[in-house]
Design a protein around this ligand. Structure first.
Ligand code: SAH
Length: 174
């Protein structure tokens, strides 16, 4: 089985390479670096300076990448729309586990990203910790009610492991 992040990357490879990508949770920068390879331009958000420092070290290409030290709930200050987006929720591995994404900001950010996305949005959810469980309950409920004429909503998840991380994919219909 592919890991959740590997799965997201495989899916992104099926999209054209001239698009604008957004990493809504920069963390250690793996997704930002991947998007830089596959997209024309990248925006990446994190509220921790350490995430920006770690991400800078991973970038290999000269394509434009905007590393933004601000919450993803403020995305409209930086972009009006985008093509491919990734939320990898939870806390920074090896970092401060107190600094996790939290429902209060995840809700408005996900709602806005769904409005702004032109191709596809991935959300990797981690229900194995308290805040992640709350995020998971909200997100599952919210995406189930998105208009089926406008979006394909699907999921990649293990069914025989309790509280394992999973992916929600929201594809905008063309
Ligand atoms: N759980 C993932 C990694 C998630 S990293 C894994 O195990 O691989 C999540 C990142 O989101 C952290 O670096 C954290 O600082 C960042 N974050 C938390 N709240 C945020 C917000 N409101 N806007 C942008 N980034 C945020």
């Amino acid at each position: 089985m592919l890991s959740m992040v590997e799965y997201v990357h495989q899916r992104i490879l099926t999209y054209p390479s001239n698009l604008i990508g957004v990493d809504f949770t920069m963390g250690n920068g793996h997704d930002t670096a991947f998007l830089q390879e596959h997209c024309r331009e990248v925006y990446a958000f994190d509220i921790q300076q350490v995430a920006i420092d770690n991400t800078k070290k991973r970038l290999k290409f000269v394509k434009p990448v905007h590393l933004i030290c601000d919450g993803h709930e403020h995305m409209s200050l930086y972009l009006s729309s985008f093509d491919i987006g990734i939320f990898n929720l939870g806390y920074l591995p090896l970092g401060d586990h107190q600094v996790t994404t939290s429902l209060e900001t995840t809700i408005p950010a996900i709602k806005e990203a769904i409005e702004k996305v032109q191709y596809v949005l991935f959300i990797v959810v981690y229900p194995g910790h308290d805040e992640g469980k709350k995020e998971s309950l909200f997100i599952d409920e919210y995406v189930q009610h998105l208009d089926a004429h406008q979006y394909h909503v699907s999921s990649y998840r293990m069914l025989n492991k309790n509280c394992a991380p999973y992916v929600i994919e929201i594809e905008k219909k063309k």
